[in-house]
Design a binder for this molecule. Structure first.
Ligand code: ARG
Length: 283
């Protein structure tokens, strides 16, 4: 027999189960942002970039986090490093361990030193890896586990290094579509147990793994994935996402999250959006 009271209460209960946790983020302003080279399919060096607009959009993102009650550290940008605005790639800090990125492409190699200096200024002694790791672009913490992408940027061999440094299990996931070259373009961590992802971006083994680990995962449509709709930052309740990802926003709302859309059209020209611009510092 169906309990009709439970059925009526269901949507509210669903929403009430979500809770936000205050977060600490770090962001690098797009002072020197440009698309001067193309290292992913989103970048087109012939498309002009409006740096002033990029800055206004970046600032609106920072204010969004502050309004939601989060702390935002600002990292000093460096001239000649136009992709430094994608702070997620700078590394991975969790507790007393700070892993600094080792970049795939020479164009971004100089950022490692800049992010290492920032980590040192926080009192860390940054750890380097022997193999390429592009920080939180490919290394997403979910609870006490790291979901780790490989295939385009981060070297699969770095996953074991990350696991040893952080003393946590790492789940390796192979990316197969160059438009989704970092894990954070194809998979979003929404809370300690919940993800959203775009299956075609992953090898079939990785898809199977994700379905087994996260049977309740939100599966997003191509229309949302192709505006980098999965490149989001969640505090467990509010999900800051690209405003063009309207289908995903509706799915989030139905699942009890509160989508907060932001416009980052200029940063999309470099192949990044909300999450790319945000490095979370885990306690
Ligand atoms: N232009 C940058 C690159 O290709 C964009 C990085 C985006 N960052 C990210 N976390 N997905 O390296």
């Amino acid at each position: 027999m169906r309990d009709h009271r439970a059925a009526v209460a269901a949507p509210e209960r669903h929403g009430a189960g979500r809770a936000s946790r205050p977060r600490r983020y770090a962001m690098t302003p797009p002072t020197f942002f440009a698309v001067e080279y193309a290292i992913n399919p989103w970048m087109d060096v012939t498309t002009p970039v409006d740096v002033e607009l990029a800055h206004a959009q970046w600032e609106a993102l920072r204010q969004t986090y502050r309004r939601l009650g989060h702390h935002v550290d600002v990292i000093e940008p460096v001239a000649g490093l136009p992709d430094m605005v994608y702070a997620a790639n700078g590394g991975l800090i969790a507790g007393d361990v700070a892993i600094v990125a080792r970049f795939r492409f020479a164009e971004r190699a100089g950022e490692s030193q800049a992010y290492a200096e920032w980590m040192s200024s926080l009192g860390h002694r940054p750890v380097t890896t022997r193999h390429v790791n592009e920080g939180q672009g490919d290394l997403l913490m979910i609870g006490e586990t790291v979901l780790a992408g490989h295939g385009f940027r981060t070297d699969r061999r770095a996953h074991a290094e990350i696991s040893a440094a952080l003393r946590v299990p790492v789940v390796s996931l192979e990316l197969v579509d160059p438009r989704f070259y970092h894990l954070d373009t194809a998979l979003a961590v929404l809370d300690d147990r919940t993800i959203a992802f775009y299956p075609p971006a992953f090898s079939s083994a990785a898809q199977d793994r994700l379905r087994a680990l996260f049977p309740d995962a939100i599966v997003v449509a191509s229309a949302d994935a192709y505006v980098l709709g999965l490149n989001v930052v969640s505090d467990g309740l509010h999900v800051v996402l690209p405003s063009a990802a309207t289908g995903f926003a509706a799915q989030l709302r139905a699942a009890g999250f509160e989508p907060v859309g932001v416009e980052l059209s200029e940063l999309l020209k470099g192949g990044g959006s909300v999450k790319c611009c945000t490095l979370e510092v885990f306690p």
